[in-house]
Design a binder for this molecule. Sequence first.
Ligand code: ZN
Length: 241
Amino acid sequence: MKNMLENLRRYQELLLRIRQLDHELTTYPESIEKLGRELKQHQVAVARSEEQFTENSDQKDRKEEYLVLCKENLEKFEQDLMEVTNQKEYSAVLKEIDSTKREIQETEGLIITLMESTKQLETDYDQLKTNADQLEAAYNEAISGFQDTNKEKIKEKKKLEKEKRSLEKEIPAPYMRKFNQIAAKRSGIAVATVSGECCSACNMKIRPQMVNNMQQHPEELFICDNCQRILVFVEPDGDDS
Ligand SMILES: [Zn+2]
């Protein structure tokens, strides 16, 4: 029985450590989560900047197309001017020429402004992209560091799971059932130790009579009066406390 209690206690330890490892393996540290959030913000800014750049340069392209059209019109009007037959037609064409020239001048001005802002947007984009790329490299490095640490943990988990399976074969089925029933009701903890005079799980003082009985009858199963967990007595001065 003493051996069996030890097995139950070890089994409990394994379950808790495996649970903790599972949590650690699936949860990024806050420092990585923070980097990830920053990276996302930067990537959004890069995308927005790229959109603005594209929009601006599209607008410039449209203005350049319009400028070509205006210049064609001007040529056409200048051609017309040679072919007018009266003063009225002459004035009308001249008016068209004037307004087309104004339009060309305005459009050229707009194109220069758009070229300048496109250039500025391109510089902004490059800067944002460089920052985002640096952040992404730092993030990837942190992730791979995390995975390196995990390699050790995965190894440990495999080892513990193997030990857990062999203990499951050693512990008699009725005790295994009892363990599982208690664990299901008590957040996974079915076994508590008594070192000195308190239950390690609920911290309640164990009746001295029961502590005596536990020491004298290591072959019996004792249950904590307060939290109903299986109690395993360990020597207060031992390494096992
Ligand atoms: Zn207890």
